[in-house]
Design a protein around this ligand. Structure first.
Ligand code: UDP
Length: 428
């Protein structure tokens, strides 16, 4: 017999916006379906359990974003190995942080660990083994299941895969194959999709009235014709947001239709520059067409519902979210290695295109072509929707709780439309 609520830790780190977003999605899916049977805590594992300088991983990631070639070298470094735990990178990380991690996990006052970050689960598994070695309690009796949820889409670093995890959730066929290549037993792998936040749980197509209502609410001109372009660069606002925004903004003015929303995320410099820029503008009745410049927003789902296409760096979260909202996606940049596979995922499925942000004019031209061809947009939109997996978070939560914690779902029928986004505040 066990005590309720079952205690679940979700380990992530703020290296990019995607891991936290996935962690929040799983927290919501667990709490919505299992209510008081579970108690879920989100923890930035690097900050909480690792020694300096590893505890600074979020800051390092932000800095590395400015040095893509260094990041690429780090990403490629161990890729030829079969298992991450055999690499020198891992062994260094483990021996350096072992003491801290064991101390952090030692109380073992927990029922389940979910990791949504590639560098965490090995350390947790290893620490549990270390604890059981030191305490005469065999690992089987510690019974702390460890689950990994992969938050990359078309390609994934070797470190995502540890054959010792209890369950592994992958978002695409491509990553499923990689998991097998890196020795994860088939029986542990679940092809589920990327867990996204509540605003993305509904599989229903967007109703035109709903879209117009949101456009108006968000400060856009409500319109029937597809013309709203959403530009973003992940949580950190990576890439040449300024150049791309200026090129698209100026082109749309020339077209005589088209509206632009720029979400700069945590890139305060871009937000400031774009807000202060003197834009060419156009008056249409009471409407002044000027790009809408925003910082980090918590209601991306609403902006995506209001939009007709997405221009973004190849972040897995943004792509998967866009697909649920049926947004054709123009990819303009990628984190080397890590996000390269996402480009093929979008283009090979004809759900969008790739134009490098080294060529902002070319990006603007592509967008102008798309907006001039609603049928083309429609085809890409349908292709995007076919790849969408809106029930991933709910399914993953069920599979974990039913399979590993013996819990029964409290809501018999889970309808995404029953949920209001309740955890938006936690995004920042
Ligand atoms: N995001 C957000 N508000 C913003 C900018 C980004 O909520 O202002 C979210 C976005 O919806 C997505 C995540 O941050 O869920 C970014 O993840 P992605 O995988 O695209 O890129 P990353 O930031 O992890 O590199």
């Amino acid at each position: 017999a066990y005590q309720l609520p079952r205690k679940i830790h979700i380990y992530f780190s703020d290296t990019g916006g995607g891991h936290r977003a996935s962690a929040l999605a799983l927290e919501a899916a667990l709490e919505k379906q299992y209510g008081s049977q579970v108690s879920v805590e989100l923890i930035d594992f690097f900050r909480a359990a690792m020694p300096w300088p590893l505890s600074q991983a979020p800051e390092t990631y932000q800095t590395l974003g400015n040095f893509p070639s260094v990041y690429k070298r780090a990403w490629d470094y161990d890729q030829d190995s079969e298992k991450w735990q055999d690499t020198t990178s891992y062994q260094w990380m483990w021996s350096y942080s072992k003491e801290h991690i064991v101390k952090y996990l030692q109380p073992l006052d927990l029922d389940l660990v979910i990791s949504v970050h590639p560098l965490i689960h090995h350390l947790v598994i290893e620490a549990l083994e270390e604890i059981s070695r030191g305490s005469d309690v065999p690992r089987e009796d510690i019974r702390l299941p460890v689950v990994t949820v992969v938050t990359d889409l078309g390609s994934a670093h070797l470190s995502w895969f540890d054959p010792r995890v209890d369950l592994l959730f992958v978002p695409s066929q491509e990553i499923y194959q990689l998991a097998i290549k890196h020795c994860v037993p088939k029986g542990k792998i679940n092809l589920s999709g990327l867990p996204l936040r509540e605003g993305f749980w509904s599989a229903d197509p967007i109703r035109p009235e709903e879209k117009k209502r949101l456009q108006e609410q968000l400060g856009l001109r409500p319109t029937e014709r597809p013309e709203v372009v959403l530009l973003m660069g992940g949580g950190e606002g990576f890439g040449r947001l300024n150049d791309v925004a200026c090129a698209i903004g100026d082109t749309l003015i020339g077209l005589g239709y088209g509206q632009l929303v720029v979400v700069c995320g945590r890139n305060e410099e871009a937000r400031k520059f774009l807000s202060e820029r003197k834009w060419m503008s156009r008056q249409l009745g009471e409407w002044l067409f000027e790009p809408l410049i925003l910082g980090f927003v918590k209601n991306i789902d609403e902006y995506m519902t209001a939009a007709d296409c997405l221009v973004t760096k190849a972040g897995p979260g943004s792509i998967a979210e866009g697909m649920i909202k049926g947004l054709p996606c123009l990819l303009t940049a990628f984190v080397p290695g890590q996000e390269e596979g996402n480009i093929g995922y979008v283009t090979e499925n004809d759900a969008g295109a790739y134009v490098s942000d080294e060529e902002p004019e070319q990006i603007a031209e592509t967008i102008a072509d798309w907006l001039a061809d609603p049928e083309r947009l429609q085809t890409m939109s349908e292709n995007a929707r076919r790849l969408a997996k809106p029930d991933a978070a709910l399914q993953i939560a069920r599979r974990i709780c039913d399979g590993l914690l013996d819990l029964g779902v409290e809501l018999k029928e889970v309808k995404a439309s029953d949920f209001q986004s309740s955890n938006r505040e936690k995004l920042l």
